[in-house]
Design a protein around this ligand. Structure first.
Ligand code: ATP
Length: 237
């Protein structure tokens, strides 16, 4: 039987007086990859930020392992097991690659399975020769890899990846794709925000489509791919 890791239940999220999410709901089961899909400005990043505690929901709840985390500070939500990889990457530009990784270390619930710098280098081999390089001197794709590596060092129970392939050259997009595949094979639980359904097809198990801050579809990724109406209405496919 699958085990629920994350549940987002009816969240309303505002930027000042402007409402961005309207009663949005979804859940994520252990070991699955859930794609959050929608056009520009649909509310994918806001959803991620709200789950991570960067912008708390004003209404509704976010539950992690059956414990409500809504309203908790972002660092506490991270400590509770949410690894957030924001769209704008946010590495430390003046620290080396290795220091960017070691600064993020946090023990996991299951000590022997914990991530280490060496394990991150095994998973993301392109980072190893760059270990002494400053974060700010990396290419966009290398920074994206570093941000994912840094999140893994925190031993998250669920990884939130906000448009990880955005703005990257095709070769780096392929590397991100390979990385997500490897994480999936390891049984990681992933929420992947994406505009591009095609990128998610081989990667995600289920999909939630967001439009104007509301969830308008929830189903398997193949059900979504077979649904021409939803694709046309909400995904510009
Ligand atoms: P994108 O793919 O462009 O990142 P998205 O689906 O992630 O889009 P969000 O960034 O979550 O969409 O934006 C949802 C809505 O919230 C949009 O209407 C956007 O204009 C608004 N919004 C986002 N950030 C802010 C902010 N800092 N202040 C005010 N409104 C914001």
């Amino acid at each position: 039987m699958s085990k629920q890791v994350l549940k987002v239940d009816g969240i309303d999220v505002f930027y000042g007086t402007s409402q961005a999410l309207f009663g949005l709901s979804f859940d994520v089961q252990q070991g699955e990859t859930l794609a959050l899909l929608g056009r520009n400005g649909a509310g994918k990043s806001t959803t991620m930020k709200s789950v991570a505690g960067v912008i708390p929901a004003r209404k509704g709840t976010v539950t992690l392992h059956n414990r409500v985390v809504t309203g908790k500070a972002a660092h506490l939500i991270a400590r509770a097991g949410v690894g957030y990889v924001p769209e704008d990457r946010q590495i430390f530009p003046d620290l080396t690659v290795e220091d960017n990784l070691t600064i993020a270390v946090k023990k996991g619930a299951n000590g022997e399975d914990d991530w280490s710098v060496d394990r991150v280098y095994d998973m993301l081999p392109l980072l190893k020769p760059l270990r002494e390089r400053l974060g700010g001197q990396l290419s966009g794709g290398e920074q994206q890899m570093l941000t994912v590596g840094r999140s893994l060092m925190g031993n998250p129970d669920v990884l939130l990846l906000d448009e990880p392939s955005e703005g990257l050259a095709p070769i780096m997009v392929q590397k991100i794709d390979d990385l997500i595949q490897s994480l999936r094979k390891m049984g990681k639980t992933i929420v992947l925000a994406e505009q591009n359904l095609h990128f998610c097809l081989g990667l995600a198990d289920r999909a939630v489509v967001i439009d104007k801050g509301k969830d308008v579809f929830c189903g398997t990724i193949s059900e979504l791919n077979a649904n021409a109406e939803i694709k046309q209405r909400y995904l510009s496919v």
